[in-house]
Ligand binder design. Structure first.
Ligand code: MD6
Ligand code: FE
Length: 215
């Protein structure tokens, strides 16, 4: 583990997105050799699925979770659940290398006390999208969210506190990490349709890990 922290301490290149939100370019690259196998083992235990929104719409993004709680949606609403509704079993544990990456990124961004208990895993095939939303199902909005992008690049739309606020666009690439909290914690954001392409390790997909303190 000391090794992992040593690698992650390499000076990241930062971009400020808003007050409380920072983009750490390539922050996950030094540990991708640990993250990708751990991800495979998590989704072997909790396979990707297309969840249904309360409005009855099937999401184009496929999702899974690991950690003490997982984010789920169905006809009854959005919530964090300690069990995978598909299997009735607890979600796979948060791999140590996931936890190390998320806490190191949060520390780097000025949130040294972040202890995530949930990791939502989003899988985008070309054409998949996530419409503008706020992340507001977590209990404590003082905790940030740490977001790790893997595979194909995506455009990330980052708005403001109101749905109608103008959005800024960021290209998120393999290995980029966004840490976001404080005054922008509840800002609207989304991902427009993923463009087709081929990534050398993940192929025709984008994976996004979002770490949250949910419970
Ligand atoms: C994605 N991310 O990048 C979707 N939410 O695939 C999110 O919805 C998100 O990246 C909250 C904080 C960071 C995020
Ligand atoms: Fe979100």
């Amino acid at each position: 583990m000391t090794d992992l922290f040593a690698k992650l301490a390499l000076d990241p290149s930062r971009e400020a997105m808003a007050e409380g939100a920072v983009l750490l370019r390539g922050f996950a690259l030094p540990v991708e050799d640990q993250i990708l196998p751990a991800l495979r083992s998590v989704v072997a235990g909790a396979p990707f699925r297309h969840m249904v929104t309360p409005g009855g719409y099937t999401m184009s993004v496929a999702m899974s979770n690991c950690g003490a709680a997982g984010w789920v949606t169905d006809r009854s609403g959005y919530r964090y659940d300690r069990k995978d509704p598909e299997t009735g079993r607890p979600w796979p544990a948060l791999p140590q290398c996931f936890l190390a990456l998320a806490t190191a990124a949060a520390g780097e961004a000025g949130y040294p006390h972040f202890r995530p208990d949930a990791c939502l895993i989003n899988r985008y095939a070309p054409g998949a999208r996530l419409s503008l939303h706020q992340d507001k199902d977590e209990r404590d909005f003082l905790q940030p969210i740490v977001s790790v992008s893997l595979g194909l690049p995506a455009t990330f739309q980052f708005g403001g506190p109101n749905r109608s606020d103008p959005v800024r666009k960021y290209a998120l690439r393999h290995g980029d990490v966004v840490v976001w909290g404080g005054p922008s914690r509840l800002f609207f954001h989304g991902v427009p349709e993923l463009k087709d392409g081929h990534h050398e390790t993940l192929g025709r997909m984008r994976i996004n890990l979002t770490f949250r303190s949910a419970l």
